[in-house]
Design a binder for this molecule. Sequence first.
Ligand code: CP3
Length: 343
Amino acid sequence: MNSTFLDACNKKEPAHTPVWFMRQAGRYLPSYRAVKGNRPVTELAKDPALASQIVVDAVRALDVDAGIIFADIMLPLEGMGVQFRIEENVGPIVTNPVRTLDDVNALEALSPEEDVGYIFDGIEATLQKLDDSVPLIGFSGAPFTLAGYMIEGRPSRDLEKTKQMMYREPETWHRLMSALTKMITTYLASQVSHGVDAVQLFDSWVGCLSPSDYDRYVSEYTAEIMRSLEAKVPRIHFCANSASLLGKFVDAGPDVLSVDWRVQIADAWATAGGRAGIQGNLDPVLALAGGEAMRREVGNILEQSKGRRGHVFSLGHGVLRETEPENLREIVKTVHETTTRRA
Ligand code: CP3
């Protein structure tokens, strides 16, 4: 097995800096568009044969050092009684938003094998197709980001309803966060028992909180999820737009913190202070633009990460739809060639 990704997560010196991309299996890739046709992403994720093929096609097309299961952060919420659809170019739309204490109390507990058994079948099919070539990353949405979709009912920039529940009804809020934390720890533990080699917690929207609100309303839940997987598999915490929160995320105990391009990766290394590796952090628009600007920034990121244990090269967020796969292949090749340690 190409162990560079797990070596980096475990702070061992890898043969080269590993690379993978969020949404590496997505619409920018012709093989994905061919499989997808006009079916919704949720339907693909519920078909283990298709889902596993999508993962492996992307790994082979790009020569990346890890695959990520083909799923969506919204799927396990169905098991809690949340109804949604994913609208193209918009995102998740929840048709029964969670707004009151009664709504929270009505949420069901996730029964992993019953509710999302297709995810675990997909993991097993994917592992078989990968045949020990590269590790497989599992994932879940983080409690704040999932709560955001459940409360708002649709993607939102300021998460006004979510934050109002936090401020006005802290008891309802904490009940919801506890229920989500329980779901996430169960869900991730099941992914691990079915064989994923690492997990990533996607907290895409947490950057809208102030540091003191993060402490008061969120940090204990992130820490609990991280603790639940301690010494089992490497844990990556993904955030965006969160420069002022990075130290708090490191305190929660992930093995690797995934940061976006709005921070200098040198500053992220300084904040982590050897306690966590860093994943990132090329701007997805640079991967889209390609050319000299892209090459320059790939070089900068590698230069600022030189000699650091635990660098996983990635974009700061998901691959954009119009990206040329060739640009991603060039990034992978450059990172591998620049960082290969000669025996
Ligand atoms: O290779 C991979 O990363 C694929 C697996 C994956 C998907 N969603 C499949 C998907 C992962 C890791 C996710 C996570 C996810 N889903 C997040 C966290 C990461 C982030 O982007 O911040 C979030 C917030 C969601 C919710 C969601 N699902 C959004 C915002 C969208 C985009 C809607 C659009 O059309 O632009 C989706 C749909 C989705 N999930 C797509 C994929 C490949 C694209 C649509 C499609 O292929 O039909």
